[in-house]
Design a protein around this ligand. Structure first.
Ligand code: NI
Ligand code: MN
Length: 227
């Protein structure tokens, strides 16, 4: 069994097998979040899709608080390590079995800046994250445009977390095509309505996905259970 809780923007808490993983923990300064970082339970791991501030967020502070491991692409993991966090470096195409579950990084097309890096030395590729936990497979696409690489995950995903806010990422039209590519059982839209520039109607996304997958629209703080 897996429980996925949406915490606004692109932040999800995944719980299964007695383990807790957060992805993209942007809570401080997140207008869409209803909790701060103190509202998160003790974490085993923190997964990052990329270094933009609305994803890196509270990662380093949470890693220190809980002695949790940050998992990210090598350059971003290096940045977090240099900030004093425990970090495990991976890269796109690689998978690793951790005590808290299996993680694979997959391609995402987006910007590579790391928030808080004045040196430019940590510029990295963004990624999507595929996590096996609680007997389920979760695909968090990260911030990305529609890519053909998504087709490589066809039929392998139970829960897909997909941006619909447009402007910086896919909008609804391309997010529907992404669902067609991946064919997950359940989809939760993300990365919308945090700010005006990424305003989108999740009901329109749900309608346009139709019978291709079950679309669950979560308000921040709400959970989806996969049993
Ligand atoms: Ni971004
Ligand atoms: Mn973003």
């Amino acid at each position: 069994m897996l429980t996925a809780t949406f915490h606004g923007h692109a932040c999800f808490l995944l719980e299964g097998d007695g383990k807790r993983i957060v992805i993209d923990p942007f809570l401080t300064g997140n207008p869409a979040a209803v909790i701060g970082p103190d509202g998160l339970p003790k974490l085993d791991a923190i997964l990052l899709s990329h270094g933009h501030g609305d994803h890196l967020g509270d990662a380093v502070a949470l890693a220190k608080r809980d002695k949790a491991t940050i998992v990210a692409t090598a350059e971003l993991a290096g940045f977090c390590g240099d900030k004093g966090a425990t970090a495990h470096a991976m890269h796109i195409g690689g998978a690793h079995q951790f005590p808290f579950g299996r993680v694979k990084l997959v391609p995402a097309f987006h910007g590579g800046r790391v928030e808080g890096d004045a040196t430019g030395k940590y510029t990295t590729n963004p990624c999507g994250v595929v996590v096996g936990l609680g007997g389920k497979t979760v695909y968090h696409t990260g911030d990305t445009g529609l890519t053909l690489e998504m087709q490589l995950l066809e039929g392998r995903v139970d829960l897909m977390l997909v941006p619909i806010g447009d402007n910086y990422t896919m909008g609804i039209e391309d997010a529907v095509r992404a669902v067609e590519f991946v064919k997950p059982k359940i989809v939760i839209p993300m990365h919308y309505n945090t700010w005006d520039v990424i305003r989108a109607d999740p009901r329109a996304f749900q309608r346009d996905v139709g019978t291709r997958a079950e679309v669950r629209i979560l308000a921040p703080g709400e959970s989806q259970i996969l049993s």
